[in-house]
Design a protein around this ligand. Sequence first.
Ligand code: NCC
Length: 338
Amino acid sequence: MSGENVSLVFKLYCLTVMTLVAATYTVTLRYTRTLPSGDLYFSTTAVCITEVMKLILSTGMLAKESGSPKKMASTIKEHVFCNPRELLKLSIPSVVYAIQNNMAFLALSNLDAAVYQVTYQLKIPCTALCMVIMLRRSLSKLQWFSIFMLCGGVILVQWKPADATKVPIEQNPSLGFMAITVAVLCSGFAGVYFEKVLKSSDTSLWVRNIQMYLSGIAITLMGVLLTDGEKVLEKGFFFGYTPWVLFVIFLASVGGLYTSVVVKYTDNIMKGFSAAAAIVLSTVASVVLFGLHITTTFASGAILVCVSIYLYGLPKQDVSKLTREDGDKEFKQKLITV
Ligand code: NCC
């Protein structure tokens, strides 16, 4: 399937699943890190197992795409075993994502999930900046304005008063905010780097994922040894694992794969805009279907999100940037169709 002929319904489906999984992931991860029981699992091992899961799932997807085991084996041989240069190229986002994924655990061990989700939205302008620098995308002043408006809108839409119930663990909010800052920078850089590599050749998404997750396993395993090595040797790799921890790993794996599909068929800025639209639309659907009561903060955020989408899609006036116009029109058209 090429980016052009995949249906809009499929793109919408992937975006919606990605957004719902991300919301569930953050809340569940926070829950598993704040339980009163002393048997807290090692977060580094969960990040590592997630990479293993994503490798297995991507190999399954490649098998489906290849059609025959023989074809799949030759693809893996050509792109993985006989291509150390490409493996090395993909190890860069792999390291950065490994840091980001570990930072999410650190942040959610020290901050409320709602505070985390709101602050994490700074990744929207950060990603746009990376796209301008790394992909040489040009953005008009109005598009920059709309990106910051989107960021503000998503913050308002997701705004919930921090959970005042006392958690039975010690927290360090400064450490939590530091972890979010690092995660925001990592998300912007790694997302755009992966998109650049993916779109600069015809190599299958699943091959790119396999290349990235292979180094991901090695890097996150190193993270386990360096951070929790002694304790893991003493208590075991899977110490403290409960069904909830397995659920976090499942969500992280599925969410990661859907993210890669979304980046393949849209782009990193569109991912931010569409995820925002998905949050707004799903809440509006809940109002219609279940009579959910919406707050003034949500309504103002939703208006900001809609206006920002409209502004981002407006054609640029600058003649020197006409090459981006078609893409922008297409972007606007897609979001209007949504
Ligand atoms: O921050 P975000 O994504 O950009 O992080 C990308 C996540 O996807 C994984 N990934 C990326 C590319 C690829 N080819 N394979 C992958 O597995 C990375 O390892 C990284 O975990 C978002 O846009 O908000 C999003 O947020 C994450 C997550 O909520 C945040 O990182 C917070 O911890 C979502 N991940 C999950 O829900 C599991 C992602 O779907 C969307």
